[in-house]
Write a protein that binds this ligand. Structure first.
Ligand code: ATP
Length: 227
């Protein structure tokens, strides 16, 4: 397997002096193109820290993070920003949409920050996530599930290699949760997006290709969930 994302021996220590917390403890993780990986684990286990390191938002204290053939530690701040914009998509708990923009403009937004080599068509993408009929609505006119769909389309418009998803079903009911994770799985499988999703929602795990558990900063296969 050729990994899109590869973490080896990644440790992240927050704070300094006597007040340190080891949020990630020698974590290894490979995620292939087209794979949807779920990360579960108790509060404070290090899941958000893991997403921050995978998304080049935080540099690990030690260890290596590679995105394709790029070693993130070797990059300047400027290059890291470019990599985040061009190769990584982020989806947050509540969609994190901009109140004043229509659904279509939310999806177009990442294409306005600079040149994107091979973008997807915003209208087609909106259709793919089932939101064409609400292309001109603003976030307050959408349901939680609809906002999440627009947020997913926005994250995918730059054709990222890696999609990082933080608790996408936190605000959704059961059926909408299943629908949103089905959409993530379909996008991962059909467009080859390596996807890492943090979730507390055990009912959606059957839709994921792999489930990993984080406890006290350490990552291991989740024996309880049968995928
Ligand atoms: N900036 C920071 N400074 C100091 N400690 C931090 C910082 N960020 C996180 N931590 C600590 O690192 C550990 C891991 O936190 P993290 O947010 O990654 O956990 P989590 O699994 O995402 O938790 P939750 O499920 O509650 O969101 C916790 O002990 C947390 O208190």
């Amino acid at each position: 397997m050729t990994a899109v994302l590869s973490l080896s021996d990644v440790t992240l220590v927050h704070g300094d002096g006597e007040e340190t917390v080891t949020a990630l403890d020698r974590v290894g993780l490979d995620v292939a193109a087209g794979e949807l990986v779920a990360i579960v684990g108790p509060s404070g286990a290090g899941k958000s820290s893991l997403l921050a390191v995978c998304g080049a938002l935080t540099s690990p204290t030690s260890g290596a993070v590679r995105l394709g053939d790029v070693d993130l530690a070797a990059l300047t701040h400027r290059r890291l920003t470019a990599i985040r914009r061009e190769r990584i998509g982020f989806v947050f708990q509540s969609g994190n949409l901009i109140p004043a923009l229509t659904s279509l403009d939310q999806v177009r937004l990442p294409l306005t920050f600079g040149k994107v080599a091979n973008p997807r068509d915003p209208r087609e993408l909106l259709a793919e996530v089932g939101m064409t009929h609400k292309a001109n609505r603003r976030p307050h006119q959408l349901s939680g599930g609809e906002r999440q769909r627009v947020g997913i389309a926005r994250a995918l418009v730059t054709r990222p290699q890696l999609l990082l998803v933080d608790e996408p079903t936190a605000a959704l009911d059961r059926q909408r949760s299943q629908d949103v994770v089905a959409l993530l799985a379909r996008e991962a499988h059909e467009h080859g997006v390596a996807t890492v999703m943090v979730t507390h929602d055990h009912e959606v795990l059957h839709q994921c290709d792999r489930v990993l558990k984080m406890v006290d900063g350490r990552l291991s296969a989740d024996e309880e969930s049968r995928v």
